[in-house]
Design a protein around this ligand. Structure first.
Ligand code: ADQ
Length: 512
């Protein structure tokens, strides 16, 4: 049950587990991702367990706890090797072990070329429409292919002799499904891509594009956030592989195997955010936060992003500059707090962006700041949920300025935490969330003057309009469990009825 707050009731964790069991009653369930759900690290002479931040891990871990199975991921903690058995496995969570974490080891070259290289300096900029930032290097591709093979080998070891359903996550693992399919055609395979898929004109930059597409087509179900990304993928298949696409069913049939391509927009654990934003302690914290950043009667804006060029942070700061410049009455009245987690450090485009943001922050603060007021606070930290939720609740406006974004979970987290009906969401039209959430003020982050004017409009909005918009936002907010139920229903249908006529789910999907 959701805590309330006008959000529509939706499925719960148990429903997601039930949907998985309905789809695959007798199969071993395996999740494969680059990041691991638990990391063991040294703290002086002790080994401690950390849970890396991130929406997906936070959502899939409870599901795995409920249904059991194996999660295969890169063992990235410096004490990870100390706790695994001879098959590189450890039972998690440590306090009540309920599923197996199988770790895969990456050496320095793997991390440089597979992870920082092909995944983050080729696929990421390509999929976020930034061709100039792509780096094409043979060594990146070679390692990407080799590490994908190793992930697939690990899957095959884990499911040896057993029927299985294997779910790959994200763009790090495009090739692994094909290796799995070739060796074990009976396994049910699905993949969720998590980021946009580029249009054909850009995808043609990928020298190994055909292999990427073939890798992904080995799945029974391939999920993207938006129908646009499905269409982009299917056009690439048609053109690059010269394989016919069944546009009616959004499917590709090859040698008797069908890959269904579906738009399955992800969400958050709404109830968990509502809870983290509730209670007397949180109320006191919200008051303290407001006192710290804004004067009596002042207004607080926030943004929460990884420091990544796809998030449009420079554009957001340009819009804030334009707003304080054009509307001087907003100076000293409105303060902006940007929480930005440093991300992918060591990659030039990321290090450079971080420096630029610090520079722009100083520049704006010098230009408009006074002895008692600092316009922008840039907090380069990763905050746990119990600190993020009160911040969302304390803000009068949350600004999401993505230049390209598969979905954007921050927009949804902000809506879930609006227990005081205080906040207005300013949301880039280029975030996938803008397709789904109804009630945000939409902006074009490239148009800094109108973006700045919209921030002001959000801050001066009447209470009636604010509440009306928040109610619409809550009604359009689905939970991560809606997403899982949809994924498992679609996947079950895909795996069991490759060439069957349209299912009810197919028909429903096509009306979206
Ligand atoms: P990301 O690009 O990482 O995810 P996003 O969807 O916004 O983007 O998720 C970020 C997550 O990290 C959120 O849960 C947020 O709370 C958290 N986070 C960000 N900055 C933080 C900070 N400073 N401190 C603490 N937490 C912070 C990719 C895609 C998205 C897609 C998701 C899920 O790029 O488009 O929505 O995967 O599919």
């Amino acid at each position: 049950m959701l805590v309330g707050n006008g959000a529509r009731p939706g499925p719960e964790r148990a429903d997601a587990g039930a949907a998985l069991r309905r789809a695959f009653p007798d199969r071993k369930f395996v999740v494969v991702s680059n990041r691991e759900p638990y990391e063991h690290t040294w703290d002086d002479a002790d080994i401690v367990v950390q849970r890396p931040a991130g929406g997906l891990v936070a959502a899939l871990d409870p599901l795995m706890q409920a249904v059991g199975g194996v999660w295969i991921a890169w063992g990235s903690g410096d004490a990870d090797r100390e706790v695994v058995d001879e098959r590189q496995r450890v039972r998690v969570p440590p306090e009540s072990p309920s599923y197996t974490l199988r770790r895969l080891w990456l050496d320095h070259q793997d991390i440089q070329h597979y992870y920082h290289g092909y995944a983050n300096q080729f696929l990421w900029p390509l999929c976020h429409l930034r061709p100039k930032l792509t780096r094409i290097r043979n060594r990146y591709w070679d390692r990407y292919a080799a590490v994908n093979r190793r992930f697939a080998e690990a899957v095959l070891e884990e499911v040896e002799g057993e029927p299985a359903a294997v779910w790959f996550q994200a763009y790090h693992l495009a090739l692994a499904p094909a290796v799995g399919r070739e060796r074990r055609p009976d396994i049910a395979l699905a993949h969720f891509w998590h980021i946009p898929f580029p249009p054909l004109e850009l995808f043609r930059i990928a020298s190994n594009g055909a292999e990427l597409l073939r890798g992904l087509l080995a799945n029974d179900l391939l999920g993207f956030h938006l129908p646009l990304f499905c269409d982009n993928f299917l056009r690439c298949v048609e053109s690059v592989l010269n394989v016919p696409v069944d546009w009616e069913r959004r499917a590709v049939v090859q040698e008797g195997h069908t890959c269904f391509v579906r738009a399955l927009p992800i969400s958050i654990d709404v109830e968990a955010y509502e809870k983290a934003a509730s209670g007397p302690d949180v109320e006191a914290r919200v008051e303290r936060l407001r006192r710290r950043y804004v004067a009596e009667g002042g207004l607080l804006g926030i943004g929460v992003d990884r420091i990544d060029y796809s998030k449009g942070l420079e554009e957001k700061f340009a819009a804030l500059d334009s707003m304080w410049d054009t509307y001087p009455e907003m100076r000293e009245r409105f303060t902006y707090l940007q929480v930005g987690t440093p991300s992918r450090t060591g990659i030039k485009a990321y290090d450079w962006l971080r420096e630029r943001l610090e520079e722009i922050t100083h520049w704006i603060n010098d230009r408009y700041g006074t002895a008692t007021w600092r316009p922008i606070h840039l907090l380069e930290e990763s905050l746990p949920m119990h600190r993020l939720a009160p911040l969302y609740r304390a803000a009068d406006v949350c600004i999401v300025s993505s230049l390209q974004d598969g979905m954007n979970l921050v927009a949804k987290e902000f809506v879930a935490c609006q227990l005081d009906n205080r906040g207005v969401l300013v949301l880039s039209r280029f975030a996938g969330a803008a397709e789904e959430l109804d009630g945000a003020l939409e902006v074009n982050p490239y148009d800094c003057e109108s973006f700045g004017a919209t921030i002001r409009e959000a801050l001066l909005m009447s209470e009636d309009e604010r509440i009306e918009r928040l109610n619409r936002l809550r009604r359009s907010l689905r939970t991560i469990f809606d997403w899982m139920v949809e994924v498992f229903d679609e996947w079950g249908a895909a795996a069991h009825q490759h060439d069957a006529p349209l299912t009810a789910a197919d028909r429903w999907q096509r009306t979206r």
